[in-house]
Ligand binder design. Structure first.
Ligand SMILES: Cc1cc2nc3c(=O)[nH]c(=O)nc-3n(C[C@H](O)[C@H](O)[C@H](O)COP(=O)(O)OP(=O)(O)OC[C@H]3O[C@@H](n4cnc5c(N)ncnc54)[C@H](O)[C@@H]3O)c2cc1C
Ligand SMILES: NC(=O)c1ccc[n+]([C@@H]2O[C@H](COP(=O)([O-])OP(=O)(O)OC[C@H]3O[C@@H](n4cnc5c(N)ncnc54)[C@H](O)[C@@H]3O)[C@@H](O)[C@H]2O)c1
Length: 471
């Protein structure tokens, strides 16, 4: 049995903890899968590489309306796939080789295997070797959920872990779920010419979004894909080389590929964290305090194993907090989860930060709201966009923004100044009036939505004029 100063489980965001400041510690890094974790291997990065290719494939459809005739001559799927993974796979190999072989990592031992708690700060690797440590970081992420559908064990189906490596493009794909992964892959595969059917148990796609965004996206998706809302799957079965999905009420969908996109679950169960004295919540997320400390002494957690946001920028932030706290045990830093944004890289893009209108109502928060269409700013008008908009929510008393939701071109970029304003407490009126907005650029969408917020101006105008007179 070997004892370490520090054990890190998981080489996704966990791998980024180690830098020269840890050189004096004897460290074990444990990884059971591909080195580098979800984001780089099967998550954010390859999906966005496919989304970029899909956006290109989709341009002829959008261009004709503006008088530019283009044709899509073909999508060379095997080449796209091999180009993408030809760039991705060496990152994993390089990262692993760096930790195993480079003199920078003389203090690091990489264990390739499954870690499981067999006691407090005591782990077994693949049921064979036992290792212990003074401190342990849980960065073991999560995995796709596969609902218990009758027949699912007897058919070949895909999750986001495997669907990007398909041998060939299918003619028809059925996607189960209406969340992030469904929305992104429906865009990718339909842009490449696949006939996509989306089966959702509720009445809308992306229903965690603000209800206006979810409603607009659902409407656009219905025009593009075969969207079956409010459906329940009765059973799935093999049909020739493909799958047959039977819905409750005699509806049948035949497809070549079934993609299950029904959410993800944290890997805490497979780590037997309870044996290590580590508490989880009702959904299996490791419970952490503001400093990312788990309930057991000396144990820390970060990323998808403890974070219901399941987003890479959150995992990265928490990794920086844990890194600081491991190095500065007497000066702990708290994680900042006040304004966690997200974007869905579908078409059109969607981006959001802060409270949705339905959340504000549920929480009894006082708010005012304003919506501005892309068609109402010069660039959106030039593009002849007819469906995109930004919706803002603000506190009527303080003028602070409390939520922003955008659907439309470049939404993931256009939202960034709002995230900044919320994070630094910038008043919506100051934000609108106190700076130039480049004309005619896309952020004018935010400027116009800000100007529309029904906020009281008197006191604020006096303050601005004071600043200008003094200046
Ligand atoms: C298809 C897809 C697209 C996504 N796109 C985005 C996006 O655009 N933007 C965004 O912000 N987020 C995105 N995400 C989410 C993002 O990928 C995750 O939030 C992030 O990767 C989580 O990082 P992590 O370090 O917590 O876990 P991971 O990166 O999952 O790392 C955990 C590691 O621990 C290992 N492990 C697990 N259990 C054990 C064990 N018992 N023993 C040893 N090793 C173990 C795993 O093999 C894995 O390598 C996407 C996710 C998916 C699935
Ligand atoms: N752009 C991004 O940031 C990005 C992209 C992809 C994934 N992700 C992360 O990965 C996570 C997982 O994505 P996801 O799309 O799988 O999850 P999700 O939570 O976004 O959506 C899951 C969908 O599956 C449905 N569902 C759940 N259980 C079901 C069941 N038993 N039967 C039928 N339908 C069911 C839900 O109603 C929902 O529509 C996300 O929460 C997100 O944080 C992020």
């Amino acid at each position: 049995m070997r004892h370490f100063d520090l054990i890190i489980i998981g080489t996704g965001s966990g791998n980024s903890l180690l830098d020269p400041r840890f050189a004096d510690l004897d460290v074990a890094l444990v990884e059971r899968g591909v080195f580098g974790g979800t984001c780089v291997n099967v998550g954010c990065i390859p999906t966005k590489m496919f989304v970029h290719a899909a956006d290109l494939a989709a341009t002829p459809g959008a261009a004709a309306r503006l008088g530019v005739d283009e044709t899509l001559d073909g999508v060379r799927w095997p080449e796209i796939r091999d180009r993408i993974f030809g760039r991705i796979d060496p990152i994993a190999e390089g990262g692993k080789a760096y930790r195993e072989e480079h003199p920078d990592n003389a203090n690091v031992t990489l264990y390739t295997g499954n870690a499981r708690f067999v006691g407090e700060r005591r782990l077994e690797i693949d049921g064979k070797e036992t290792i212990t440590a003074d401190r342990i970081v849980l960065a073991a992420g999560g995995r796709p959920v596969v609902p218990a559908i009758e027949g699912i064990d007897d058919i070949a189906f895909h999750t986001s872990d495997t669907v990007m490596r398909l041998d060939e493009l299918p003619a028809r794909m059925v996607i189960l779920g209406g969340g992030f992964i469904a929305a992104e892959f429906a865009h990718v595969f339909s842009s490449f010419g696949v006939e996509v059917t989306v089966v959702v148990r509720s009445g809308a796609l992306l229903r965690q979004e603000d209800r206006d965004i979810s409603a607009r996206f659902t409407e656009l998706a219905q025009a593009r894909w075969d969207v079956r809302l409010d459906r329940k799957i009765e059973r799935v079965e093999r049909a020739g080389d493909g799958v047959r999905v039977r819905l409750v009420g005699d509806e049948v969908i035949d497809a070549d590929v079934l993609l299950v996109a029904a959410g993800r679950t944290p890997n805490s169960d497979q780590l037997d964290v309870a044996v290590g004295g580590i508490k989880v919540d009702d959904h299996g997320y490791v419970v952490v305090d503001e400093f990312q400390r788990a309930s057991a002494e000396g144990v820390w957690a970060l990323g998808d194993i403890s974070s219901p946001w399941e987003l890479k920028h959150v995992a990265n932030h928490e990794a920086r907090v844990v890194q600081h706290n491991l190095l500065n045990p007497d000066k702990l830093l708290a994680a900042d989860h006040r304004f966690v944004p997200h974007a869905v890289f579908t078409s059109p893009q969607i981006a959001s930060v802060g409270l949705t209108e339905q959340e504000a109502q549920r929480q009894g928060v006082d708010y005012v709201t304003a919506t501005h269409e892309y068609a109402g700013i010069a660039y959106g008008w030039a593009m002849e966009d007819t469906t995109g908009f930004a919706k803002l929510l603000a506190d009527p008393k303080t003028g602070q923004l409390i939520g922003a939701h955008i659907i439309g071109p470049q939404a993931s970029t256009v939202i960034q100044p709002v995230i900044q304003a919320m994070s630094f407490g910038l008043d919506a009126r100051a934000m609108a009036h106190g700076q130039y907005w480049i004309h005619p650029a896309m952020p004018e969408l935010i400027e116009n939505a800000l100007l529309k917020l029904p906020l009281e101006m008197g006191h604020w105008v006096r303050r601005m004029s004071d600043v200008r007179t003094r200046g």
